[in-house]
Design a protein around this ligand. Sequence first.
Ligand code: SF4
Length: 352
Amino acid sequence: MAFSEKLEAWYTDFGRTLPWRGIDDPYRIWLSEIILQQTRIEQGRDYWLRFVEAFPTVDALATASEEQVLRLWQGLGYYSRARNLHTAAQYIMNECNGRFPTDYDGIRQLKGVGRYTAAAIASFAFRLPYPVIDGNVYRFIARLRGISTPIGTDTAYSEFENILQTLIDRRRPDIFNAALMDFGSLQCRPVPDCRQCPFNTECNALRTDRVSLLPVKAPKAKPTDRWFYYFDLRWQHGETEYLMLHCRSANDIWRGLYEFPLLETDHRLTDDELHTNSIRFIQDTCACLPLNHTVTIEHHHQLSHRTIHARFVRADLPQPPASLPENTLATTIEDIKKIPLPRLIDRYLQQL
Ligand code: SF4
């Protein structure tokens, strides 16, 4: 039996049912692929449903504000994906007459769409024979063929793509790709049960006892440490309590999201240093001394290349600030629900 026949037979029995499978709307397929990068399917499914409901068409996404898009994305991380989605939707409306590109090269022009995502959209929406290669597919094919090239690089992608081009079902590339992804995810798992595998008589890794050694992963750079001291500054105006949020414009992380006024340092402050710095920071920000202030323990927040060590300084101000610093707004706890926040800030607020 040919590779694709065996794979598709397995898929008929064990493949997943997902809301973006079996449809040919490139917009909805694109949404699913961007959401699922770096996200588990269970979590991604909820976000996909929310996005489709809020923005049922490319046009609806293009005309939304960036804040609306980021707010809906909140909790998924890697916010550049949301910003790229939004920019690409505007590009489709403005540069492509509102028509989603229908070939691989056109799809690659969309911001945030790499080789993998373009192959997924091209095959699922337009049945073009481009194989998809995600982490699960790398694992399966590396083991099946005994390939020890470190995965995740452009060179590895091309090597695996060449192999899969010889295996893909050209009549049904959409089914083939869905089957390939599910097989890598559900059967050829990190610790697989090879007795149940339909490829166990031809699997190179099983024959050479290298299942646990493949695929070979390129070494990851060690995350860098950053120390964030956030100032949750509150004041009363009439019956209402206000707090201050600052829109992050730096191009490193969380651009366009709101956080508390931030003091970032190049080392972990001692309690004495933090006390002195806090008073100075609050004075500089609000031109007044706080009535009181308390400090949380350190929270650790892991991003792909950085570890954030954050402490929150909660302070009550004697009066509203005379003016707000640039890119800063005053809001209430009620209204904060409409504002896009990094998960670190959202968790802190929920704990309060
Ligand atoms: S035999 Fe085991 S390692 Fe080889 S493809 Fe099947 S599940 Fe993966």
